[in-house]
Design a binder for this molecule. Structure first.
Ligand SMILES: Nc1ncnc2c1ncn2[C@@H]1O[C@H](COP(=O)(O)OP(=O)(O)OP(=O)(O)O)[C@@H](O)[C@H]1O
Length: 316
């Protein structure tokens, strides 16, 4: 490994500089640069088509980049693929488990691809099933498991080689709230064990929960970078008052509200008013006799950051 490689290894688990992936004239990933530190939980947040999965696939060494620099644990995944993959755990967007095999056998068969011996894999599979809260399902066929169980099994499978870095592409898409919370809990435990997590998501609450730091992506580019709280501080107010006047009146009410808040966003079904004191703002709305049909005050979120940066919602 080069001297630079050693240096990067100290500070960056993943280093990307001007990373690009073109499909013909279309830039799916348009020259992005970021670093992921050891033990960090790092997020790629953006709407569908932002380029998150493409970035993940380049990190995992399953997709060739068009240009730019990419190093994973100090190595180029294109030229040092087997070594990089041996240190990575990959949880793809859709569970590609072997449905006909039992849960435990899925782990063992996957581990065999890494050339791991059965004497290691059998106890490891039991340990991972316990971690994934699937011990009771060890002998159940995958096609009989719930969506949340399959997701946890896919994560367990990604851990079979004791990776230092776990790549999770949309880990909770399609799961119900309870299943999401169980999964987040397992990811927190991995983080406590020092595993570096790289997570793509289009759920702002997931990014807020899981990520120490994240990049916000849109159209293949990074539009902002920071911790969830620093991004909210930088791009939004502390609170948001949401008011609904009904679809007929919403747009017409904006002029009446304009001078009350520094920033106003009009969505099809509601108006968002940004202020540090949301309750005070709402009181003023009522004092003016504007009487929204419904109203609420909430904390600013990464959704508000995305809206501010792109003028669009994270989820179409
Ligand atoms: N093989 C391909 N050929 C052409 N375009 C592609 C190809 N793969 C991805 N794209 C395009 O690249 C863009 C980025 O896709 P990508 O899957 O990385 O987005 P994403 O942010 O992960 O979104 P999602 O959450 O929907 O997976 C999209 O516009 C997609 O249609």
């Amino acid at each position: 490994m080069s001297e630079a490689g050693f240096r990067l290894l100290d500070v960056s688990v993943i280093h990307a500089s001007e990373l690009r992936k073109n499909y013909g004239d279309f830039a799916a990933v348009d020259g992005i640069s970021f670093d992921v530190a050891p033990g960090e939980s790092f997020g790629l947040l953006g709407p569908n088509g932002a380029g998150k999965s493409t970035t993940m696939r380049m990190i995992g060494g399953t997709l060739l980049r068009t240009s730019g620099t990419l190093e994973v644990l100090g190595l180029d995944p294109e030229t040092r693929g087997p070594e990089v993959r041996a240190s990575l755990g990959v949880v793809p967007q859709s569970d590609n488990l072997d449905e006909e095999l039992r849960a435990r056998d899925n782990l063992i068969v996957y581990g065999r691809y890494f050339g791991l011996p059965l004497s290691y894999l059998k106890p490891k599979a039991d340990e991972l099933l316990e971690f994934a809260q699937l011990t009771e399902k060890a002998n159940a066929k995958v096609n009989s498991l719930s969506g949340g169980m399959k997701r946890r099994l896919t994560i367990a499978r990604g851990l079979v080689n004791e990776p230092r870095v776990l790549l999770l592409d949309e880990p909770t898409t399609g799961l119900d709230p309870q299943a999401r919370h169980i999964l987040w809990d397992r990811l927190f435990r991995l983080k406590e064990q020092g595993v570096t997590l790289v997570v793509t998501t289009h759920f702002m609450d997931e990014a807020e929960q899981l990520c120490d730091r994240l990049v916000v992506m849109d159209h293949g580019q990074i539009v902002a970078e920071g911790s969830p709280s620093s991004l909210i501080k930088q791009y939004s107010s502390r609170e948001v008052a949401e008011v609904r006047f009904g679809s007929e009146r919403n747009a017409a009410m904006v002029d009446e509200l304009r001078d009350l808040a520094g920033r106003i966003e009009v969505l099809p079904d509601r108006i968002l008013m940004y202020a540090d004191d949301g309750e005070g703002l709402l009181e003023e709305v009522h004092r003016r006799g504007l009487n929204p049909v419904t109203s609420l005050v909430r904390r600013s979120s990464l959704e508000d950051v995305f809206l501010r940066l792109t003028g669009r919602s994270l989820i179409d």
